[in-house]
Design a protein around this ligand. Structure first.
Ligand code: ATP
Length: 272
């Protein structure tokens, strides 16, 4: 592909059951993206336009990409993922060209879902000081994105989902009606959400009776889905290291500590 870091996948293998919690977010995204793709005639009959772009807002690791993939799976659509910072290029006009190519590719692979992660990298509002050459290029890329958004048909079979964890710096131009006019928030999971995420990631693991997912959920406040998954893998690794086939409650206690440490160190924790 022409865009570095761009992924294209037909109907990725993610199901709604693989996503813990986020019940409301599932309903909203399915209504905004899945329904218009599967039943466009419903919108036509009622005489309304389906939403054009949906913006998923929330901290990292909270299931934004996962849910966008599940919608692609359900609609048998191509899932085309790009990262905002990768669209911003050093060379004049390159970013805009990549955006054009991205939308052309989506039309070719339709039905398709374009997923732009970290959209704030191209769509952030800057202070009105003099722009550097780099800012000009970012701006050009944004202009192209806005023009592609304005140009495409909401009734068509290309849908666009973007994600950000910096809603505060997002350029207001992106949020105008007919652009990203649906916003869905992805908060950190609460205790019940964490328990459900843990249940999903331990489904295939051999846990012994001492393991209580309720207890682990209580002890993992402020952790995201991605960290909870890491805890499950790390607990499994503890059993492997000890030559056991069953995972114990103590394996999880150690895994929680290791992941909490890794959070600060950003390194794979090495056991002593
Ligand atoms: P980012 O902003 O970093 O792109 P994101 O919100 O898109 O984050 P995902 O890529 O969806 O995060 O999640 C990362 C991983 O964390 C997933 O592949 C999954 O294993 C796990 N995960 C996150 N949220 C959930 C959830 N609600 N249920 C199950 N697993 C989850």
């Amino acid at each position: 592909t022409m865009i570095s870091g761009m992924e294209v996948e037909r109907a990725p293998e993610v199901n709604y059951e693989d996503i813990g919690g986020l019940d409301r977010q599932k309903i909203l995204l399915r209504e905004a993206v899945e329904l218009p793709l599967l039943k466009p005639e419903l919108f036509e009959k009622v005489g309304i336009e389906p939403p054009k772009g949906v913006l998923l807002v929330g901290p990292p690791g909270t299931g934004k990409t996962l849910l966008a993939k599940a919608v692609s799976h359900e609609t048998n659509a191509a899932f085309i993922r790009v990262v905002g910072s990768e669209l911003v290029q050093k060379y004049i006009g390159e970013g805009a060209r990549l955006v054009r190519e991205l939308f052309a590719l989506a039309r070719e692979k339709a039905p398709a879902i374009i997923f732009i992660d970290e959209i704030d990298a191209i769509g952030s509002s800057r202070s009105n000081e003099a722009y550097s050459a780099g800012d000009h290029e970012v701006n050009r890329t944004l202009m192209q994105l806005l023009s592609e958004l304005d140009g495409f048909n909401t009734r068509g079979n290309v849908k666009i989902i973007a994600a950000t964890n910096r809603m505060d710096i997002l350029d207001q131009a992106l949020l105008r009606p007919g652009r990203f006019d649906r916003i869905i928030e992805f908060p950190l999971p609460d205790e019940e959400g964490r328990r459900m995420i843990l249940a999903i990631h331990t489904k295939k693991m051999h846990l012994n009776r001492t393991v209580s997912l309720e207890k682990i959920a209580k002890e993992t406040e402020n952790m995201n889905g991605s960290e909870l998954m890491a805890i499950c893998v790390e607990a499994g690794m503890n059993a492997v290291r000890a030559g056991r086939t069953k995972i114990s409650g103590e394996d999880f206690v150690q895994a929680i500590t290791a992941v909490k440490q890794g959070r600060n160190a950003k390194l794979t924790p090495i056991p002593d």
